[in-house]
Ligand binder design. Structure first.
Ligand code: PLP
Ligand code: TYF
Length: 409
């Protein structure tokens, strides 16, 4: 009976915005959802994206459906951008030329995670999927709903506010051969702590030894260094391993939500690296068969913006790279401003400066986060993750003071 359906809890991240919106305190600060705000606290449209939209508005003559896996132009733009590193990754280039990369536009990063989850559930031998502890809360929900069995591997030690690399290796090594392993390409959500190239090397050695299937999630490409071409060390290394025949396949879920500010446009992709052109054909056909009964085809506005930005004739690539660099630059500025204003005499905040991307993982307890909310109208998720784009020149001192007070008690 409908009356017996229990009430579901609000989403841990999006529920924060709902509570924030209801708060009448004019000093309130929203550090919940990972969406960019400028120094006046407002969302932005990247100027390069606005330019692309002008071109689109002037030239678009139809709103026909795109293909089940999106347009060839979009797929090629993604391949060129991510796998060929726009001309610099010879291994990625080789995989593209050999038709060993199947790329499909999806409903942003979340949609690509769900599609690959369903695909692996249908075709991969093992259901066990290893995710870092902690990870983006939606990872577990998406993969469970897709029929996989998510399980955590050690990643971060909250008591030390640092990566726990020794345990990371140990816990991966203790998992069954052939498990799927989820890797955050950069700007790990929620901790902001990434592996060094040397640490990746050690993890990839375990991946090869245990015959794990690597599933890479890249939602923040560009937010680590300010340059998206510099943030794909993991992808380049995986391409190399595939070309050297040390790894058969991997998959990449990618999103333009954050690095083009296309959040609501729902523009992202799934790519599967295959063993051969023949395998690619079969995989692509199965992806289509899987997607068609779910949403038939992806939306076209965001993907056309991406196509225009990567189309050389429009000369927008550099403007976009500059827009993105500016966004990342502001995040780095507020990160250091917050650090400067925090009281370091009673609490060590150095971990804040090691973290990268949209978040700081403060190490505050759920009680402290709730106290910040109740006493100061500072809204963040209870794991102590702060989405720092909610910080600006007008509120950084108020925020730091609130944190200093809460930590003191
Ligand atoms: N993966 C991670 C780690 C994320 O943080 C996000 C968004 O916050 C996503 C995937 C997917 O986001 P979207 O569906 O908006 O592209
Ligand atoms: O802040 C985060 O980690 C994300 C952001 O449809 C988000 O949950 C919000 C809405 C959405 C996808 C991602």
């Amino acid at each position: 009976k409908w009356s017996e359906i229990p009430l579901a809890p609000p989403d841990k991240i999006l529920g924060i915005s709902e509570a924030y919106n209801k708060d009448a305190n004019t000093s309130k600060i929203n550090l919940g959802v990972g969406a960019y705000r400028d120094n006046s606290g407002k969302p932005i449209i990247f100027p390069s994206v606005k330019e692309a939209e002008k071109i689109l508005l002037a030239s678009e003559v139809e709103k026909e459906y795109t293909g089940i896996t999106g347009s060839k132009k979009f797929q090629n733009a993604v391949k060129g951008f991510v796998f060929n590193n726009s001309g610099k990754d010879v291994n990625g280039q080789q995989l593209i030329e050999q038709n060993r990369i199947v790329t499909a536009q999806t409903i942003s990063g979340t949609g690509s995670l769900r599609v690959i989850g369903d695909f692996l559930n249908r075709f991969y031998t093992n259901k066990k999927l290893l995710v870092p502890k902690p990870t983006w809360a939606n990872h577990v929900a998406v993969f469970k709903d897709a029929g996989l069995e998510p399980e955590f591997y050690a990643y971060y030690e909250t008591s030390k506010n640092d990566l726990d690399f020794a345990n990371l290796k140990k816990s991966l090594s203790s998992q069954p051969d052939g498990s799927i392993v989820l890797l955050h390409a950069c700007c790990h959500n929620p901790t902001g702590m990434d592996l060094t190239p040397e640490q990746w090397e050690e993890v990839l050695a375990i991946v090869q030894e245990k015959n794990f299937y690597p599933l890479v999630d890249m939602a923040y490409q560009g937010f680590a260094s300010g340059n998206p071409y510099k943030d794909i060390g993991l992808i380049r290394r995986l391409n190399e391993l595939v070309v050297q025949n040390k790894l058969k396949s991997y998959a990449l879920c990618q999103s333009f939500a954050k690095n083009m500010g296309l959040y609501g446009e729902r523009t992202g992709s799934i790519s599967i690296i295959t063993e051969s052109a023949e395998a690619s054909q079969a995989i692509e056909s199965q992806l289509k068969k899987l997607i068609r009964p779910i949403y038939s085809s992806p939306p076209i506005h965001g993907s056309k913006i991406v196509e225009i930005i990567f189309d050389e004739q429009h000369n927008l690539l550099n403007s976009w790279l500059q827009d993105l660099d500016k966004v990342v630059g502001r995040l780095n500025t507020v990160r250091s401003k917050l650090y400067e204003n925090l009281d370091k005499s009673s609490y060590n905040w150095d971990h804040l400066l090691k973290q990268r991307g949209m978040f700081v993982y403060t190490g505050l307890s759920a009680e402290q986060v709730i106290k910040l909310r109740n006493d100061y109208s500072v809204y963040a998720t209870e794991d102590g993750r702060f989405s720092i784009s909610g910080i600006n020149d007008n509120n950084v001192e108020y925020l730091a003071n609130a944190i200093n007070e809460v930590v003191k008690q």
